[in-house]
Design a protein around this ligand. Structure first.
Ligand code: SF4
Ligand code: SF4
Length: 354
């Protein structure tokens, strides 16, 4: 198992959770493989911006591996605002020390959006030993250039998400609007599935950066549309739509954004492989999409741009094209979001398809 190659790894990552899950990777030998591959587990510095802490909570809920295995066998979580001890300037000084001692080696994980208003003062995270206030912006400017890899965890860090929703007085932006674009790996979701976080870290440690899609998301987790693997897809194809919650039928008319959202929720499943959104009669709200939430609201109303049956062959195009189509329908301000690049795709160099 320690000799698992990348193809096998990807196969395990993309397989149905019911058939085979990430759990098969997390035997003790794989921890050894990490250390060997990485020359010692590189430290992970996890910092938080404008966020609800939900992404960290999702990570803590990882099942295979569980959090104890993850921390003791696989990663070296050197700094986390909620899990590390320490306070005040000791906290900030410790963070800078870890970054300096591990220059070019550490993985920087950012949870939450970056508030730009008032020169970042709305996200002041502490003070240094001289008593000077340190903002998230200061911190990112000081340490992001020394990171080996940078990961944006959650939709806020990736694209702005809920934190950047209208009216966005704090002027929140996603990480890649603040840091050199192609360095950031986005793991969106509100929150992201723990496997998406742990699996991406695993790929980084074992094989380097995974193949990303146009929005910087690892294809091994975000390569398919929710809609294409939904167990209610037959209802959609036969134009059988639920009119009320709890009814059988496709949830399109109750607001489902599955035709535009990318992720493997229907096959990976959530909460220890027990269920997922549509499975519990809740429409997908498109939480992994750059258009979330401004363009995917109202959550429980049908989005007119998502057409009915008959679009199967072009379903994947909806996700990419929605920004333009919807922005045109919703007015100049949201259109501005697209054309200024907030929700638009980016170009990414691809090594090899999954
Ligand atoms: S619209 Fe939603 S409920 Fe209907 S098939 Fe697609 S993902 Fe499933
Ligand atoms: S089904 Fe949709 S709303 Fe639910 S977690 Fe997946 S992408 Fe997010």
């Amino acid at each position: 198992m320690a000799n698992i190659d990348r193809r096998q790894f990807l196969k395990l990552c993309t397989a149905s959770a019911a058939a085979v899950g990430l759990s098969q990777l997390w035997v003790p030998a794989i921890g050894e493989a990490y250390r060997k591959a990485a020359g010692g587990n590189p430290p992970i510095i996890w910092i938080q911006g404008s966020a609800c802490n939900g992404c960290s909570t999702s990570l803590v809920n990882t099942v295979h591996p569980d959090m104890r295995e993850l921390l003791s066998e696989i990663i070296d979580l050197s700094f986390h605002p909620g899990l590390s001890s320490g306070a005040g300037n000791l906290f900030i000084d410790g963070l800078y020390r870890i970054a300096t001692e591990n220059k070019g080696k550490f993985i920087l994980v950012v949870e939450g959006a970056i508030p730009l208003a008032h020169k970042g003062a709305l996200n002041t995270i502490g003070e240094d030993s001289s008593g000077k206030a340190v903002t998230l912006i200061d911190l990112l400017k000081n340490i992001s250039g020394s990171a080996r890899f940078i990961i944006a965890v959650g939709s806020c860090a990736s694209f702005g998400g809920i934190s950047a929703a209208e009216p966005n007085y704090a002027e929140c932006v996603g990480l890649e609007k603040f840091i050199e674009v192609n360095k950031v790996i986005n793991i969106p979701g509100c929150p992201p599935h723990p496997d998406w976080i742990v699996g991406t870290l695993a790929h980084l440690l074992l094989y380097g950066p995974p193949v990303l899609d146009d929005y910087g998301r690892p294809k091994m987790f975000y390569g398919g549309l929710i809609h294409n693997n939904c167990p209610r897809r037959q209802y959609f194809d036969n134009s059988i739509f639920a009119k009320n919650f709890g009814e059988d039928g496709c949830l399109l008319y109750l607001g489902c954004k599955g035709p535009l959202a990318h992720g493997d929720c229907p096959t990976r499943l959530w909460n220890s492989t027990s269920s997922w959104c549509v499975d519990v009669n809740a429409p997908c709200i498109g939480c992994t999409d750059p258009s979330f939430p401004d363009l995917t609201m109202p959550f429980y109303k049908r989005m007119p741009e998502i057409k009915g049956p008959g679009i199967t062959s072009t379903a994947d195009a909806i996700g990419i094209g929605l920004g333009v189509a919807t922005a045109a329908g919703l007015g100049a301000h949201l259109a501005g979001n697209y054309f200024t690049g907030r929700i638009g795709p980016r170009k990414h160099k691809e090594e090899e398809d999954v």
